[in-house]
Every structure is written in structure tokens, then in C-alpha cells.
Design a binder for this molecule. Structure first.
Ligand code: ARG
Length: 472
């Protein structure tokens, strides 16, 4: 009720704020700006409008709105969508968020019917519905970029199926591997990321609308009808849960964090490989920058930045977990804070995937550098041990024999393949001329010829299986 002495102020407020009925004083100017979300949640507008269109259709279907009111709402919302798309929509901080801005514009446009749109719903179920619709679309977009990146990896793996580089454990030379095999390791990481996102989309695909503020509504709504119109799998089972939990957003950010962790590891390898000391790969100039002071520099900025961006995505996961943990049922304003971390996660994951998908086809493998590196560090020592075992030497003894051969190599600055047969024979007399076949890099990788192994033949098989998987 307006109190005497302030009628003008109250009238002004009740015109502006849809909820101002019980308020006698205007919102503090700073609080108004502080509590508003329209600056960032306006990106939900297309989903807010889609949700309202479906809601109005359902209300008319149930006899809660007339067909004429529904049509006026549909037409009004279509006009608002056009205005927003054209950048011709005046967003008002006084109207707090995307939902109230659109509703106020609708009422201004079509009059009384606009005021009926909010029947049987609340911003609480509305915002949860909008975010889920938006996220499902964005998961689809991210998955499309992931696939593009995976295809680029398959092409590179195919092209370099026989290229040999040293494989590392502890970043120390371990055994020779093929570059194609290494690319297929990246591919597999991304394949699991794709699955995790699909799984998250499945749980996001549940409609909160109809939960209203928290307890449901007294109107005879048909939630199955609305869910079907919006393309949701089903309406949420419990109204309190539907408006309050943001676990789908947390789950998405967790999947995004794991994906970024993978991209960060790939970045790290590219940074190492493209250094002057390794020189295994050359990144295209289009993905590097120079230094303003050191003329010789070509810095791998793109992988470095992606590696850095993983940090902020992990941070967003922590933000959302912390945001949720103390909240009693049902909706709390805390939840307005879910959007910026979520939006930033989507933008940066999409950007990182795009830049990787574009960069990978432009990677040049410096086969000679990789080969030279693989010839150092006794990468075929395990092959010599396996050779001895095949000739009847117990594995632990073989390990010892090879260890001594390596020690001689270290002492004389030579690889095992560079030693004479007589030199090797002093460690074990079962060693014959055929040992040199297993000491070559090609022999070493070709011998690991089973599913999951690094042999070029197996890499080609793995690429074939992966291509068939992606084609399904
Ligand atoms: N802007 C709000 C949000 O993002 C919308 C829901 C507001 N609901 C409320 N009861 N104040 O969460």
C-alpha cells in the first residue's frame, strides 16, 4: 500500500518493478545496480523467449489464456526477438534481469495480455529453464568443435603414422613411439571428453518450468506439453529440486575442466616440442607471435594461452561448487552468480578448441630432429632385453645385461646400435648378428604390434576404428 506523502514515488516504482507492490521505498540506486544481472544474462534472451512462447502455448491449451491472448504474446515476443537481434532493444538495469526486461517490453507492446504471461510460473523456474536450454545448445557447439579437432588429429596421425620420435616417461627417453600413435593418444582423451559432455547434456535435458517459485502452481498446467514444445526429455520430478540445484552447471564445468586439463597437457607438449632444443615440430607463424625486444623469437603463444586458460576454468568449477554448497532449499539469489562462470567457461572452451582445431593441421613434423633424438638415450634398450628373453635369458638377468651395455654406451658416447657385435657379446654370448634388427628404431616400433601398440600398422588400424566411430 502506498503510504501517505510518497504516492508519486510508489506509483513510479510500481510502474517500473513488477514486484514493487509491497514496497514503500524505491530501491537504493547502488543496490539496484548491485543486484541486477541484465548486463550478463541478456545472452539468455533467445532461450527466455522460447520458454515464454512454449509457456503461453501451454496456458492457452489448458484454457488459462485465450487463443487471442496467446497469439498476441507470440507475436509480441517475436517482435522483441527481432529488436534484440538487431541491437535495437533498450536493456534497463531497473528491470533487473533478462526476464523482467522482456516481460516489461512485451506488456508495453501488447498491453494486458503481456501481464498474463507470468501466470503459473516464477523467475525461479524460468531462469533454471533458460540456463538449461542455453547450455544444451552450447554443449552441442562444443562437441562440434571437439569433433573438428579430432578429425584434424586423425589426419595428422595418418600422415605421420610411421614418423618416429622418442617416447618419454619422467620426460626421459623411454622407448621409440610413432608420432601417429602420440596423436591418437590425444584423440582418445578428447573422445572421453566428448562422452562426458554427452552424459552431462543428458542430465541437463530436464525441464524445471512448472516448478514455479518452489512448490508448483495452483493452475492446471501441463508440464509434459511444455517440455515437448521445448524439446526437453521430461519435466523435472521435484519442484524444490528443479528451481534450486545447479548441479548440471557444476557437472558441465567439471567436464570442461577435464577437457581443459587435456588441452593444457597437449599445449605443454607443443611448447616443449617447438623449442629450439627439441625442434620436433614447427608451429605455423599464424599461431605464434614475436618478441618486441628479441628479434629471433617465435613464441608458441596459442598453446601457452590455452594452458593458462585451464586455470580459470578450474577456478569456475570451484566457484560453482562453493556457490552451491551452503544453500538451503529452494531458490536463493546466490544462484544468480552461476552465470558468469558458466558463460566464461563456455566461451573459453569453445575458443580453445577452435584454435586447436585450426592449429593442428598447420603443424609441421621435423622428422629428422625426432629421429636424431630417438637415437639418443638408449631408446631401444628394452628391445635388447626382450631379444635376450626370446633367446632364453630370464628377464631380470636380461635387464642386468642391458644395463651393463648401456653403461658402456654412456662411457663411450654411443648408442647400442653403434656397438660392434663383439662388444655386445662380452655381456651375453646369446647375442648374434640379428640383434641389430631389434636395435633399430623401425624394428622397435614395428614389434609392438598389438591393439593399443605403437606399430604403424596398429596406428592405421586405430585410425580406421576411430573414423568409423566418428561416422556413427
Ligand atoms: N536473475 C535471477 C537469477 O539469475 C532470476 C531469478 C530471480 N528470482 C528471484 N526470486 N529473485 O537467478
Amino acid at each position: 500500500m502506498p503510504i501517505s506523502g510518497m504516492p508519486h514515488k510508489v506509483r513510479l516504482m510500481s510502474e517500473k518493478k513488477p514486484w514493487a507492490g509491497r514496497f514503500n521505498e524505491p530501491t537504493d540506486a547502488f543496490v539496484e545496480a548491485f543486484t541486477a544481472s541484465v548486463d550478463f544474462d541478456q545472452r539468455l534472451a533467445p532461450y527466455d523467449i522460447a520458454g515464454s512462447i512454449a509457456h503461453a502455448s501451454m496456458l492457452a491449451e489448458q484454457g488459462i489464456l485465450t487463443a487471442a491472448e496467446r497469439d498476441a504474446i507470440h507475436q509480441g515476443l517475436a517482435r522483441i526477438r527481432q529488436r534484440i537481434e538487431a541491437g535495437d532493444f533498450d536493456w534497463s538495469v531497473a528491470l533487473e534481469d533478462v526476464h523482467m526486461n522482456i516481460e516489461a517490453a512485451l506488456t508495453e507492446d501488447i498491453g494486458i495480455a503481456g501481464k498474463k504471461l507470468h501466470t503459473g510460473r516464477s523467475r525461479n523456474d524460468q531462469v533454471a529453464t533458460d540456463v538449461r536450454l542455453w547450455l544444451m545448445d552450447e554443449i552441442g557447439n562444443i562437441q562440434a568443435e571437439l569433433r573438428r579437432f579430432q578429425h584434424a588429429l586423425l589426419d595428422l596421425a595418418e600422415q605421420e603414422a610411421e614418423t618416429i620420435l622418442p617416447g618419454f616417461t619422467h620426460l626421459q627417453t623411454a622407448q621409440p613411439v610413432t608420432f601417429g600413435h602420440h596423436m591418437m593418444a590425444w584423440f582418445e582423451m578428447l573422445e572421453r571428453d566428448h562422452e562426458r559432455l554427452a552424459d552431462c547434456a543428458r542430465r541437463t535435458n530436464v525441464m524445471p518450468l512448472g516448478a514455479a517459485a518452489l512448490a508448483g502452481t495452483t493452475y492446471p498446467i501441463d508440464r509434459h506439453f511444455t517440455a515437448q514444445l521445448l524439446g526437453f526429455e521430461r519435466p523435472a520430478e521435484n519442484s524444490l529440486d528443479a528451481v534450486s540445484d545447479r548441479d548440471f552447471a557444476i557437472e558441465f564445468t567439471a567436464a570442461a575442466s577435464i577437457l581443459m586439463m587435456h588441452l593444457s597437457r597437449m599445449s605443454e607438449e607443443l611448447v616443449i616440442w617447438s623449442s629450439a632444443q627439441f625442434g620436433f615440430v614447427t608451429l605455423s607463424d599464424a599461431f605464434c607471435t614475436g618478441s618486441s625486444i628479441m628479434p629471433q623469437k617465435k613464441n608458441p603463444d596459442v598453446p601457452e594461452l590455452v594452458r593458462g586458460k585451464s586455470g580459470r576454468i578450474f577456478g569456475h568449477l570451484m566457484s560453482l561448487l562453493t556457490l552451491m554448497k551452503g544453500q538451503p532449499l529452494a531458490y536463493n539469489k546466490d544462484n544468480q552468480e552461476d552465470k558468469e562462470p558458466l558463460f566464461d567457461t563456455v566461451d573459453n572452451v569453445k575458443g580453445s578448441l577452435k584454435v586447436f582445431a585450426d592449429m593442428v593441421p598447420a603443424i609441421t613434423c621435423n622428422k629428422d630432429r625426432m629421429r636424431t633424438a630417438a637415437l639418443q638415450g638408449f631408446a631401444t634398450a628394452t628391445d635388447l632385453a626382450d631379444y635376450l628373453v626370446r633367446k632364453g635369458v630370464p628377464f631380470r638377468d636380461a635387464h642386468e645385461i642391458v644395463g651393463k651395455s648401456v653403461a658402456l654406451g654412456v662411457e663411450t658416447g654411443r648408442d647400442l646400435a653403434e656397438m660392434s657385435l663383439d662388444e655386445l657379446k662380452q655381456f651375453s654370448d646369446v647375442i648374434e648378428q640379428d640383434v641389430f634388427e631389434v636395435l633399430t628404431l623401425e624394428g622397435s616400433v614395428a614389434a609392438r604390434n598389438h591393439i593399443g601398440g605403437t606399430a604403424p600398422e596398429q596406428v592405421c588400424e586405430a585410425i580406421g576404428r576411430a573414423r568409423r566411430r566418428l561416422a556413427d
